[in-house]
Ligand binder design. Structure first.
Ligand code: G4P
Length: 529
C-alpha cells in the first residue's frame, strides 16, 4: 500500500461531504444558502442557483427547461468553515427529480433531511431516505419553519419512526411555535437560544440555564411555555431514545434540530453539531476490498453525467466523487473499464455561482470532468493498482413508456441516441423478452420530454412514446426456473445488463407476486445484484 503525504491525510480528514434530502418547498435551497453564507462562499444569502424563480438563465441548459423555469446545476458546492472543508451535493428536487437525485446520494457520506414542520415527512423525502438507509449513512434532521405554526414536535418524531423507521434524538426542543415561537432549548449545552421575530440571528443569542426547570426560562418566555417545556423535556428524558453516536453513525438514530432557515435561526447550531458528528471520508467497497481514502493514491467513481451544461457547446460533464488520495490537475489516471490511461486536463469545480478549473482536490471532493463520450455512470478512475468501485445501482422508475422510432430509416441513429442517453443515466432502458421492444423507465416524468427533445435536437430522430400503466420495477433474484417462466410474461423485462426485472401497476400487484413466488426476492434497486 502506498503511503501518502501526511498533509494530504490532514486535508482528507477535514472533508465532510453530504447531500440534502427533502420534499420540494421544505427549505433545501434556503438552508443551502444559509450554510454557504456561513462558509463565506457567497456574499449574501439568496444567490444559490436552483431557485424556482431564479434569474440565473445561464445555468439553464435546454430550451425545455428555460420554458419551465427549471434550472439544472445539480453538482457540488463547497466551502470552508471552522477548519472543515464541506461539500454539499445538490439533489435536484422539483420537476427535475430523477434517478440522478438518488445516485448523488451514493456519493455522499451523510445526509441532511429537511422537514417542513407543518407538513411532516413527505413523499420525496421518503424515497430519498430509503436510499440513504440502504447505504447506512448518518442522517441529520432539521425541522424547518418553526416561525410558522405546524405539527406537534412529538407527532413529528413519531412520524419519523412510523413512516421512515428511524429513531430520533432531539438535540434541541422548540419553545412555542408560529407567532409564539420563542426559540429552542439546547439539550446538550443546557441553554436557551432566543428567536426574535425579524431578527437576523447571525449571532446566536442565548442564555445558559440549569436545566429546563431553571426559572430564568419562565422569566424570559412566560410561565405557560416554560411549564410546557419542562413537561416535554421530562417526557423526552424518560420515554425518548438516548443519544448514541454509534447508532447515529450507522443511520439508525437521527439527531433532530428545530429551526427556521429563512430567519437563519438554528442554522449555525445545526452546522456546528453536524460537523462534530458527521463522518470524514471512509473506506468504500471495491472488487479488491475496501479502499482506504488516506493511504491509497487517487481514485474515484463517476456518479452522474450531465449533458450540455453550456448550450454553446454540446459537451458533457462527468461528475466524479474522489474516494481516495489527492487529485492534481493534469494527472494521468487509469480509466478501468476502458483499460486505458487518460489525462485529466481541465477538471472543474462548481461553486455557488460559477464553475472554475480546479488545481487540486482530495478524497471527499467532487470534480467535473469534460466528457468526450468516454464515461459511464459508475466508472472507476484510479492511479496505481487497478480496481473497480461497486457498480452504481439502478432504482425503481415510476413512469414507463414504450418507445419506437417514427422513421424506420433512422433506426441506427435512434439506437445510438438511446444508448448514449441512457448511459447518462436519467432514463433506464428495458427490453421485453419475446418481442425485444424497448421500454423506458424514469423517476421524474419530465425525463421523457427531455429525452424526446434531445433525441430530436442531437440525433435528428423523432420518437413515439406510448405510456404504459406500470409504476414499479423490481429486480428479480432467486430460483432460476421460476424466473425463466416469468420471462415469458409481457411485464417481465431485462435491464441494460440483461438482469430480469418485473414491472407492476400497483403495490397490490407487487404484493400478490411476492406471495405467489416466495422463492424470488423482488429488489427495489439493483444495489448489490
Ligand atoms: P426547496 O428548495 O426545498 O424547494 O425550498 P426553498 O428553500 O425554495 O423554500 C420554499 C419556500 O419556503 C420559500 O418560499 C422559502 O422562502 C420558504 N421558507 C424556507 N425556510 C423557511 C422558514 O424557516 N420559514 C418560513 N416561514 N418559510 C421558509 P417561497 O415563497 O416559495 O419562495 P421565495 O419567494 O421566498 O423565494
Amino acid at each position: 500500500m502506498t503511503q501518502i503525504d501526511p498533509k494530504w491525510q490532514e486535508e482528507i480528514a477535514k472533508r465532510r461531504t453530504f447531500a440534502i434530502i427533502s420534499h420540494p418547498d421544505a427549505g433545501k435551497t434556503t438552508m443551502t444558502e444559509k450554510l454557504l453564507y456561513y462558509g463565506g462562499a457567497i456574499r449574501e444569502a439568496g444567490m444559490v442557483k436552483g431557485r424556482k424563480n431564479s434569474k440565473h438563465a445561464t445555468s439553464d441548459w435546454m430550451e425545455i427547461e428555460k420554458k419551465r423555469g427549471i434550472s439544472v446545476t445539480s453538482s457540488a458546492m463547497d466551502f470552508v468553515y471552522k477548519d472543515h472543508h464541506i461539500n454539499i451535493l445538490d439533489t435536484p428536487g422539483h420537476q427535475d427529480f430523477s434517478e440522478d437525485t438518488y445516485r448523488t446520494l451514493t456519493a455522499a457520506d451523510a445526509a441532511v433531511m429537511i422537514i417542513d414542520v407543518a407538513k411532516g415527512v413527505e413523499a420525496q423525502t421518503i424515497k430519498l431516505f430509503k436510499v440513504c438507509r440502504m447505504r447506512g449513512i448518518p442522517i441529520f434532521t432539521f425541522i424547518n419553519k418553526l416561525d410558522r405554526h405546524g405539527k406537534d414536535p412529538f407527532e413529528l418524531l413519531e412520524e419519523l419512526e412510523r413512516v421512515l423507521g428511524i429513531r430520533s434524538y432531539p438535540m434541541n426542543w422548540p419553545i412555542g411555535m408560529g407567532s409564539y415561537f420563542n426559540g429552542v432549548y439546547d439539550r446538550v449545552k443546557s441553554r436557551v437560544e432566543l428567536y426574535e421575530e425579524g431578527g437576523n440571528h447571525e449571532e446566536i443569542k442565548f442564555f445558559e440555564v440549569n436545566g429546563p426547570e431553571d426559572p430564568l426560562i419562565g422569566q424570559r418566555v412566560g410561565e405557560d411555555l416554560w411549564q410546557q417545556l419542562q413537561d416535554e423535556i421530562s417526557l423526552l428524558d424518560v420515554a425518548g431514545d438516548s443519544f448514541d453516536p454509534e447508532l447515529i453513525s450507522k443511520g439508525e438514530l437521527t439527531p433532530v434540530f428545530f429551526g427556521s432557515a429563512i430567519n437563519n435561526f438554528g442554522v449555525q447550531t445545526f452546522l456546528d453539531n453536524f460537523l462534530a458528528m458527521a463522518p470524514a471520508p471512509s473506506p468504500k467497497k471495491s472488487n479488491i476490498g475496501p479502499i482506504d481514502p488516506y493511504t491509497r493514491p487517487f481514485s474515484g467513481f463517476v456518479f452522474k453525467i450531465q449533458a450540455n451544461m453550456n448550450p454553446a457547446h454540446r459537451d458533457r460533464v462527468a461528475f466524479l466523487r474522489i474516494c481516495s488520495g489527492r487529485f492534481e490537475r493534469g494527472m494521468t489516471v487509469k480509466h478501468v473499464r476502458l483499460n486505458r490511461e487518460i489525462k485529466l486536463a481541465q477538471p472543474l469545480q462548481f461553486m455557488a455561482q460559477d464553475r472554475e478549473i480546479v488545481e487540486e482536490s482530495f478524497a471527499g471532493d467532487v470534480i467535473g470532468l469534460f466528457d468526450p463520450g468516454i464515461f459511464q455512470i459508475g466508472d472507476t478512475l484510479c492511479v496505481g493498482e487497478s480496481f473497480e468501485y461497486e457498480e452504481m445501482p439502478h432504482f425503481s422508475p415510476e413512469f414507463f413508456s414504450k418507445v419506437t422510432v417514427k422513421d424506420a430509416m433512422k433506426h441506427k441513429q435512434f439506437q445510438k441516441g438511446i444508448m448514449q442517453l441512457t448511459e447518462e443515466g436519467t432514463v433506464q432502458l428495458f427490453r421485453t423478452s419475446p418481442m425485444d421492444e424497448l421500454i423506458l423507465g424514469v423517476v421524474g416524468v419530465l425525463q421523457f420530454e427531455v429525452l424526446e427533445y434531445r433525441l430530436k435536437a442531437e440525433y435528428g430522430v423523432d420518437i413515439s412514446l406510448q405510456r404504459l400503466p406500470y409504476q414499479i420495477a423490481r429486480w428479480l433474484e432467486g430460483d432460476k426456473a421460476t424466473i425463466n417462466t416469468l420471462m415469458n410474461r409481457s411485464q417481465t423485462v431485462k435491464d441494460r445488463y440483461e438482469r430480469p426485472v418485473m414491472l407492476f401497476e400497483s403495490e397490490y400487484q407487487l404484493r400478490m407476486a411476492q406471495e405467489k413466488y416466495p422463492s424470488i426476492t423482488f429488489h427495489e434497486s439493483s444495489l448489490g445484484l
